[in-house]
Design a protein around this ligand. Structure first.
Ligand code: FE2
Length: 282
C-alpha cells in the first residue's frame, strides 16, 4: 500500500511530537460537521446548564454529568459567561462519544485513511476512545492551559494520541494550538482520576511543564494536526470575531491497560473499536 506520510514527516513527528497535515478534510465534510455540531447543540438545549453549578448538590450533579459523558454526547458551557436564553455562544464543547453515537461524526471518524496514518506513526492497534467538538466561540472561547492529553486519557503503557481536525482556519487571533517541540519526551506530570463522583488531579512528577518554547500551529480549515499524548500544548482565548471550531479524536493502543480510575469511562455497552470497525454501538 502506498504510504500517506513521507519519511521526513514520520521523522518530524517522532522528533517533535506533533505533525501538521493540510488538506485532509474536504470543504464538504467540514461544512457537514459544522452544521451537525450546531444541530446537536440545539437538540441538547435542555442540558445547557447542567455543566454549571453553584450549590454543592448542583456541583455533584454537574460532576456526574461530566463523568457520565464518556459514552454519551453531552454539552459543556464556557465558564463565567452570563446565561442569556437562546445564546448558543456560551457553548464550549460537545463530548465525548460523538464518533460512536452521531452518524455524521461516526462516518468521518471511522476511516481507513486515519487508520493508515496511525499505523505509519507507530500506533498499530488504534482504538477510538474519545471525541470532542470544540467551538472556541468568537470573543468568548476561553484559553486552554498547558497540558498533556495523557493526563486525561491515561493508559499503561501511555499510548494516547490526538487527531485534531480544523473545521475552520486556526490563527493566532482566534486561538490556534501552541505546541512544545520535543516536549513529548518530558514524561507525564499529572493524572486526572475519579473517586466516586469527585475528580482530582494526581501529581506524578513535581517538575512543572515548561512555560516557554512553544510554537503556534496556525493551520487552514481542513488540516489535521497529530499530537503525541505526552506533548505539552495549549491554546489561547479567541480574541477575534470569528470562531475556531475543531473536531478532536483521541485514540489509544487497544492492547494497553485502561485503568478503572480514569475519569473517562465508556461503560460496558461501548467497547472501543478500531478505525476499520464502523459497527454501530447500541
Ligand atoms: Fe489537549
Amino acid at each position: 500500500m502506498k504510504s500517506i506520510l513521507t519519511q521526513s514527516q514520520r521523522k518530524f513527528y517522532a522528533e517533535n511530537g506533533y505533525l501538521v497535515l493540510e488538506n485532509q478534510v474536504s470543504v464538504r465534510d467540514c461544512a457537514s460537521m459544522v452544521q451537525q455540531a450546531e444541530r446537536l447543540v440545539e437538540n441538547l438545549k435542555t442540558e445547557w446548564d447542567h455543566s454549571i453549578f453553584t450549590t454543592q448538590e448542583q456541583e455533584r450533579q454537574s460532576n456526574q454529568y461530566f463523568l457520565d459523558s464518556g459514552g454519551k454526547i453531552r454539552v459543556f458551557m464556557e465558564e463565567g459567561v452570563a446565561s442569556t436564553q437562546g445564546d448558543t455562544h456560551r457553548v464550549n464543547k460537545l463530548g465525548h462519544a460523538l464518533h460512536d453515537l452521531d452518524p455524521i461524526f461516526r462516518k468521518f471518524s471511522y476511516q481507513a485513511r486515519w487508520h493508515q496514518i496511525a499505523q505509519e506513526i507507530g500506533l498499530q492497534q488504534a482504538g477510538l476512545l474519545q471525541s470532542m467538538y470544540i467551538f472556541k466561540q468568537p470573543r468568548i472561547g476561553g484559553e486552554v492551559n498547558i497540558h498533556q492529553d495523557a493526563t486525561f486519557l491515561y493508559t499503561e503503557p501511555i499510548s494516547v494520541m490526538g487527531f485534531w481536525f480544523a473545521m475552520q482556519d486556526a490563527t493566532l487571533e482566534n486561538g490556534c494550538l501552541w505546541a512544545l517541540p520535543g516536549g513529548h519526551r518530558l514524561g507525564l506530570k499529572q493524572r486526572f482520576v475519579r473517586g466516586g463522583w469527585a475528580v482530582q488531579m494526581k501529581t506524578l512528577d513535581t517538575t512543572p511543564l515548561p512555560g516557554e518554547g512553544y510554537v503556534p500551529l496556525e493551520v487552514p480549515a481542513g488540516s489535521l494536526v497529530l499530537l503525541h499524548g505526552l506533548l505539552p500544548h495549549y491554546s489561547e482565548a479567541n480574541h477575534s470575531a470569528v470562531p475556531r471550531q475543531a473536531y478532536a479524536l483521541h485514540v489509544i493502543d487497544q492492547e494497553s491497560e485502561y485503568p478503572a480510575d480514569n475519569w473517562l469511562q465508556r461503560g460496558e455497552q461501548m467497547p472501543i473499536k478500531g478505525f476499520m470497525d464502523n459497527r454501530k454501538n447500541p
